[in-house]
Design a protein around this ligand. Sequence first.
Ligand code: ZN
Length: 213
Amino acid sequence: MDNRLKEFEEGHKEFQKIKFKKSEERFKKLVEDGQNPKALFIGCSDSRVMPAMITGSNAGDLFIVRNIGNFVAPYNPNADFHATASAIEYAVSILEVSDIIVCGHSDCGAIAALFKDITPSPENIHTIKWLELGKEAKRVGIIAYKDDKEKMLRYTEHISVVYQLDNLLTYPAVKRRVEEGTLYLHGWYYDLENGYIDYYDDENCEFKALTQK
Ligand SMILES: [Zn+2]
């Protein structure tokens, strides 16, 4: 074998020797009993956002779906392929998670891309289509801070999370369970630079610190 992925092979060796050994019973039990995660976590594919690490969670705790920009495509039975939609349905109807977290983050490349003129080509056509899911957030971002690019980007990253929560409610199973009081939706914003998470307070329409800083 060549050495292309040497750092990951070393990491895996360490995982086998130490981390897997340490939690072996837990891993076995999760196979015997099956998974029963508490929450569905919808996060950005960005390599700097690490759902398990920032929540201190373990194997079996989070059902995770990640995509460019942590977008939630609205319910659409006519769509051909919807990875995020199927993950939502599976988590909500089969695994019966009690919580869904949509987690945005600072310095998000997807949000920044909303404000760039990208020339369509066969190499980016899916991305351009996917980014349409951020266009409402972009519009509000421009209205709020069109003269300050940094503020506009940070604001759009936040407001996009709120729009994705709205999109979640277009899924019949999500809407039903939220109305029944058996499913709770959470909007989070992770700051890459300081490691803190803010949550969206729906009653006051503002983001607040999840924990004391
Ligand atoms: Zn991102």
